[in-house]
Design a protein around this ligand. Structure first.
Ligand SMILES: Cc1ncc(C[n+]2csc(CCOP(=O)(O)OP(=O)(O)O)c2C)c(N)n1
Ligand SMILES: [Mg+2]
Length: 931
């Protein structure tokens, strides 16, 4: 069938084709005659003049329509020129000459710091070219925009591009915050006398300086978006005013290829984040070569961000181009700008003015003529927009004035700018760490640094830093600017009021009781613990539940109507379940951050909430609950960044275990998240077995994180694995070994005093298997089995390793034995360990077990089957534990090996089909409804 849309508009009676998708496809034509007249004029114009003229008139019409508020879909790309026309540029309020002078000193010191770090015997290097290209972008911010911590509401939050760190150190040196000695400690964090400085923005390494770790590319952009969203959340919930705080993220154009960089930008417009500005340093290069040799990264990013609903400001050309563009009456210059690929622009900068004349302006007779009166040097000195203070200032100002949407500034720069010919625009520039003597001299001349040839020649490994002294006019000016803007940046502070908790026994009474006939999964125990805590008014409001679309799976939908889901726009529709008690509720003051199916965004949300004690001085308690398979495995890098940023809060891996989530299969059944979590030194993994353990773990966690106040609290993130298998929950034992519970192991049951003895160690749902194994061993085989609840294998291992290290450093000393060893000596070996995770988890404590140690683990990929079959297959079930215990006893000569052999046969250890439910769990129901 013929499609009417391919026809000429004039062929279609009353409908016309709309400009593009986004408005209704067909519009009613109220006056076809008038329409035809407009069409005829366009046709006539095209007959008389070139398409350039038609394009011009069309664009002017669109511009006029916008001005008259005619709703038209946005154009997703504009010419390769500055968004802000020169005549609309605001007055630059600073003293350009002074600012330029010290910007050059900063650029010098940044490069010299890296160069000196290459000195013989150290040779740790660093990045020179990234900051050189971005110096003006930062300096305009420092001098005129970035609010420091003393500003109203605590100032702005700035995500510095990781590899630009030398520039921030060099500025701090100018400000007198860092000494030459400090600068020479760059990249020698442990060995430099008096302390060194990290290569990149690591708050962990410099907790009073850096705030946001950004160097794992892609994390900065997404964490900045969620930081801005979190600021709005704090404001909307009445916890803290943040409406004068702005989030700036400085990013590389190469970095924008990371899916994390682009993948969440729609969230920023969805939440109307006008408190967020991205500044993308488009130097057209990444590490190896051009970002888009054949294309134009600035144009590509413009369309991408416009499409996502952002305000886009391009800063492409410096003021030197203004006059040329003014004279470009027929659009020839704009045309060659539009059609020159980035690869060529890079090559221009690596060559000279004559090359630019021939290969750029020479592409069109008209443009060639345009520059015939200019010298080659003038041509080479036509700067790119990102190096021009005035253009950058205009863009920043416009960004802050934009309401209702986030802004991205696309700044065109040269990589290695000002560093001279060996650096500017070269493919190798990113990795060049030092300058030759000739480079140094040229760089010194370019930047007009008052250092003599002799001084440079004295020791080419150690060219001097430059500082004119605190009394210099420039330094006074610089200091005044920061003073007026609220103090130095970057800077991290940690000031907050400690949190107190409600009465422990009273609050958690229900969780300490025997559950009787009711079967309770540990997920439910965790939810109940948080619910009980949240009844406390002061503490309750600080809990930030973060959920990527699995609330119903975890039984958290009961929180929807009470806590509500945060949405700054409220709920402008009638929810389908509005007449139900558990209705889906969105509200501007909502407490739940429901992130959609978006683990990356959720992890970023966690980072913002977990560091609020420092960024805002407001301790918040994030409780980020996810499908455990999609947590550390999917977003481990951001948890690593959270550790660097010293985040504090709770990460909950729900539907945990390789066999518990029956029927789901290989991509769902998590048998290793606690192992992944254990590789993050800031994470304390717990795998609780019983409901009564939960309040102890969570309450202690909050106390460790926020109990004391600044300087005293620990930078820890708890990772708690919880299951969806309901089972009987025993009452809290009398004389519970609370210290053991916190440190990772306690004796739950001594077992019967029979002829032979073993000890069973279990965590999580593995405990249910250990309890049955105990019965089998005692009733059928006359073996008394003690049971230990291992709340954290990793914490035990870490404690043991700390003791080992102490011993290594003090070979003469009598170092205490590991906590695990002491605990396990309460009963006799052999020791048999299990959990619902891979062996590597249980293996972590092998060195500290005082006897024969047998590990059963769920190794290999998971699969879809019943829990019983899966546990038998992996040999982590009660029967397998029992046989493992018998075999271990046989190895010690305590029983005959044939007993174990017969048991293996009787209990059908190798037959998943023979596995029968050995738990008291008839566990159908919503808690198993994971999808
Ligand atoms: C996730 C990740 N991958 C790789 C790197 C290594 N790396 C550091 S800088 C760089 C190139 C950066 O290019 P761009 O983003 O354009 O920044 P520029 O230095 O040009 O400003 C790369 C690949 C990294 N830091 N993070
Ligand atoms: Mg780049």
């Amino acid at each position: 069938m013929e499609d009417a849309r391919v026809k000429n508009a004039s062929d279609v009676d009353t409908n016309i084709l709309s400009l593009r998708e986004g408005v209704a496809s067909y519009l009613h034509d109220a006056d076809p005659e008038e329409t035809q007249e407009w069409m005829d004029s366009l046709d006539g114009l095209l007959e008389e003049s070139d398409p350039e003229r038609a394009r011009y008139l069309m664009l002017r019409l669109i511009e006029r329509a916008n001005a008259k508020r005619v709703p038209l879909p946005a154009l997703s790309s504009t010419d390769f020129v500055n968004t802000i026309p020169t005549k609309l540029e605001p007055e630059f309020p600073g003293d350009e000459k002074i600012e330029k002078r010290y910007r050059r000193w900063i650029r010098w010191n940044a490069a010299i710091m890296v160069h000196r770090a290459q000195r013989p015997g150290i040779s740790v290097g660093g990045h020179i070219s990234t900051y050189a290209s971005a110096a003006a972008l930062y300096e305009v911010g420092f001098n005129h925009f970035f609010h420091g911590k003393d500003a109203e509401q605590g100032g702005d939050q700035i995500f510095f591009q990781g590899h630009a760190s030398p520039g921030m150190y060099a500025r701090a040196f100018m400000e007198g915050r860092l000494s030459e000695e400090d600068m020479d400690g760059f990249r020698q964090e442990k060995s430099h006398p008096g302390g060194g400085m990290p290569s990149y923005p690591h708050p962990h390494g410099m907790p009073e300086f850096w705030e946001f770790p950004t160097v794992s590319m892609g994390l900065g952009p997404m964490n900045a978006i969620y930081q801005a969203r979190f600021n709005k959340y704090l404001q909307d919930r009445g916890i803290k005013d943040t409406d004068k705080q702005h989030v700036w993220a400085f990013l590389g154009d190469g970095e924008m290829d990371e899916p994390e960089s682009r993948g969440l930008i729609h969230m920023a417009s969805l939440y109307g984040l006008d408190n967020l500005t991205f500044v993308i340093n488009c130097n057209l290069q990444r590490l190896d070569g051009p970002v888009r040799g054949n294309g134009q990264i600035i144009q590509e990013l413009e369309s991408f961000f416009v499409g996502a609903g952002w305000n886009v400001i391009k800063v492409v050309w410096g003021r030197e181009w203004d006059e040329l563009l003014e004279k470009d009456e027929d659009g020839a210059l704009v045309h060659i700008m539009n059609t020159t690929p980035d690869g060529d622009f890079q090559t221009f900068k690596a060559n000279d003015g004559a090359y630019v004349r021939e290969h750029f302006f020479g592409r069109d007779e008209r443009t060639k003529k345009l520059v015939e009166d200019m010298s080659d040097e003038d041509l080479f000195n036509l700067r790119r927009g990102g190096h021009d203070y005035r253009k950058v200032y205009a863009a920043y100002k416009r960004a802050l004035e934009t309401k209702g949407k986030p802004t991205v500034i696309l700044a065109h720069t040269v990589k290695g700018y000002g560093l001279g010919h060996s650096f500017e625009g070269r493919n190798s520039t990113h990795q060049m760490k030092k300058l030759t003597l000739d480079d140094l001299k040229l760089f010194r001349d370019n930047q007009q640094i008052p250092i003599s040839d002799e001084e440079l020649e004295k020791d080419p490994y150690m060219p001097p830093y430059y500082h004119p002294g605190a009394d210099a006019e420039e330094i006074k000016y610089l200091q005044k600017r920061r003073e007026e803007l609220g103090g130095y940046l970057p800077q991290r502070r940690e000031q907050y009021t400690p949190l107190s908790q409600p009465d422990f026994e009273k609050t958690f009474k229900a969780l300490f009781k025997d559950s009787g006939k009711q079967k309770v999964a540990s997920t439910m125990a965790l939810v109940r613990t948080f619910k009980a805590l949240m009844r406390d008014k002061e503490l309750g409001k600080r809990v930030v539940p973060i959920i990527p679309d699995e609330a119903r799976t975890f039984g958290l939908d009961s929180w929807f109507p009470t806590l509500k889901i945060y949405n700054p726009n409220g709920q402008n529709y009638v929810p389908v379940d509005h007449d139900l008690q558990l209705s889906y509720r969105e509200a501007p003051e909502g407490q739940i951050l429901h992130e959609g199916i978006n683990e990356d965004g959720s992890s970023a949300s966690f980072v913002a909430a977990s560091t609020s004690y420092a960024t805002h001085g407001e301790p918040m308690i994030p409780m980020y609950i996810f499908y455990s398979m999609f947590g550390f495995q999917r977003t481990g890098d951001n948890f690593w960044a959270a550790g660097d940023q010293m985040g504090r809060g709770f990460i909950v891996g729900a539907t945990a275990g390789r066999t518990t989530l029956f029927g789901e299969g290989l991509q769902h059944m998590d048998g290793h998240s606690p192992i992944l979590a254990s590789t993050n030194p800031a994470v304390i993994p717990y795998d609780p077995a019983f409901a009564y353990e939960m309040p102890y773990i969570i309450s202690k966690g909050i106390e460790r994180m926020y109990g004391n106040g600044a300087g005293e609290d620990e930078n820890v993130m708890y990772y708690i694995t919880v299951y969806n298998q309901p089972h009987h929950q025993p009452a809290r034992p009398e004389n519970l070994d609370v210290e053991g519970l916190h440190k990772g192991i306690y004796l739950y049951d001594k077992g019967e005093d029979l002829d032979n003895k073993v000890s069973l160690l279990a965590s999580g749902v593995g405990m249910q298997q250990a309890l049955v194994a105990q019965k089998i061993l005692q009733e059928k085989y006359n073996v008394g089995a003690a049971i230990y609840s291992v709340t954290s294998w990793t914490e035990l291992a870490r404690e043991g390793q700390r003791k080992d290290n102490e011993q290594l450093l003090n070979p003469d000393a009598e170092v205490e034995e590991a906590f695990a060893t002491k605990q396990l000596k309460q009963t006799e070996g052999p020791y048999i360990a299990t959990s619902d995770f891979a062996s590597d988890l249980q293996e972590q404590i092998r060195a500290y077990v005082p006897g024969q140690y047998v590990v059963l683990g769920a190794d290999g990929f998971g699969f879809a089957d019943t829990r019983e079959a899966a546990r038998r297959f992996f040999n982590i079930d009660a029967e397998s534990m029992a046989v493992a215990a018998l075999l271990a006893l046989a190895k010690e000569g305590k029983i005959d090996r044939s007993v174990a052999a017969q048991a293996a046969k009787d209990l059908k250890l190798d037959d998943p089909a023979a596995a029968q439910p050995n738990l008291d769990s008839d566990d159908e129901g919503p808690e198993n409804a994971a999808e």
